[in-house]
Write a new protein. Structure first.
Length: 416
């Protein structure tokens, strides 16, 4: 069977602009991960090594952490940082600080693993991943633990029941384009925690003549991912169409949803997922990376990329508070900043903020923010190509160059 044209947006859950972050959940979904005591960290580097009293359960390379309290310098506590290495013997965790920031004195603190969504980051809002809605009591988060993923998925979206009654997640498409059409929706879901008899169902809902809620058969109690799909004839006078899943389990039951497909037709078939063919994805709201809101930047004094400039590593997955997944390919938006230094003339290096996917060839460059004049605000579009793991490098043509009032926002993405 040929793969369908998928109308389900953001179907790998890569953009979550309507959610914030909170303490990460354990891999088994039973509760949030324990914190750790920070005993010390290395200084004068943007890649500090943090020594902790114990490595939190389920913590892994690629997770993000946030420090709070204690005597640690504020630079270590202001932003989300992603883990690049863990030494379980030495009980150390290496992270990357944004914007070439570096602590100058060690201190103590509390370290918490964080993830997009979770308790405080998702309860009370009807937003899930962009393009998807949920019940306001439902807890949700982007899941990346391999044991909880379906075949062919980058991520799953986790949904934890917040009430004992029925909850849901759904996407809604423009009914005017599909009036009278035959649609079919399918999704793979793993109910990892089931404390009662309730499972889940796929559903359609619309208004109009002959509309209303239609449900698939209930999923079985078999362990692991199950695929359910449902066909639906859209009324000729429909003004809305919703497709999604009802969660019929008990309070605190946990579901992982993966690879949703919504398409024209009557059948899809399991393991027949294809991502939506979208050149650009527009988020629910613009994404503002916290380290780049009215920021000051000082570029390194050495280690230039030949023919390009002086650079530091940046992690846009962490900088956006995990609203942007590591698999996103390109970020687009706007950038601005002020450079108060003398304008460079001639053919030498220029004062600018440039972006590259990495620091070694072959590289892909994005847009430049050039210095227009001394102490005058510069503006340019932002187009940042990422390295396939949510990271990039910021580059300036002048050693130790400094910028102030730097802000960036993103309002368009190229997904994986």
């Amino acid at each position: 069977m040929a793969a369908p044209y998928n109308l389900a947006p953001n179907s790998q859950w890569e953009i979550c602009s309507g959610l914030s972050y909170d303490t990460r959940y354990l891999a088994n979904g039973t509760g949030q991960m324990p914190t750790a005591n920070v005993l010390s960290y290395t200084v004068n580097t943007n890649k500090p090594i943090i020594t902790v009293g114990s490595i939190p359960t389920d913590l892994k390379v690629g997770d993000c952490v946030k420090l709070s309290g204690g005597t640690a310098q504020q630079v270590m506590k202001d932003y989300v940082m992603r883990i690049t290495a863990i030494n379980t013997v030495a009980k150390t965790i290496t992270v990357l600080l944004p914007r070439n920031l570096q602590p100058t004195a060690s201190g103590t603190s509390t370290l918490a693993a964080v993830n997009i969504g979770c308790n405080a980051g998702s309860v009370g809002t009807g937003d899930s991943a962009d393009g998807w809605k949920k019940h306001t009591s439902t807890i949700c988060w982007r899941e990346d633990n391999p044991g909880n993923l379906a075949g062919g998925s980058n991520y799953a979206m986790a949904f934890k029941k917040g009430i004992s009654g029925q909850e849901y997640m759904y996407t809604e498409i423009d009914a005017r384009r599909y009036r009278g059409a035959q649609l079919v929706f399918g999704v793979a879901i793993f109910q990892s925690i089931r404390s009662g008899s309730g499972t889940w169902q796929a559903y359609f809902n619309s208004d109009g003549t002959g509309g209303g809620v239609q449900l698939s058969a209930a999923a079985s109690t078999t362990a692991g991912y199950q695929w359910l799909e449902l066909a639906y004839h859209v009324p000729q006078d429909a003004t809305f169409i919703q497709a999604g899943a009802y969660f019929n389990g008990a309070l605190n039951d946990v579901y992982y949803a993966a690879n949703p497909v919504l398409t024209i037709g009557t059948t899809i078939g399991s393991f027949n997922y294809v991502k939506p063919r979208e050149d650009a994805f527009i988020p629910l709201v613009k994404v503002e990376p916290a380290p780049y809101i009215n920021a000051s930047i000082t570029f390194p004094s050495s280690g230039a990329i030949p023919g390009l400039g002086y650079y530091y590593d940046e992690d846009m997955h962490a900088a956006t508070g995990m609203q942007v997944a590591p698999t996103v390919k390109v970020l687009k938006g706007n950038q601005e900043g002020i450079n108060t230094n003398a304008v460079q003339t001639g053919t030498g290096g220029s004062r600018l903020i440039a972006w590259s996917d990495k620091s070694a060839d072959p590289i892909k460059l994005g847009n430049f923010l050039p210095q227009y004049a001394t102490n005058v605000k510069s503006f340019s579009p932002a187009r940042i190509v990422l390295d396939g793991n949510g990271k990039c490098v910021a580059v300036d043509g002048i050693a130790s160059d400094s910028w102030t009032n730097v802000s960036i926002d993103f309002d368009e993405f190229v997904l994986s």
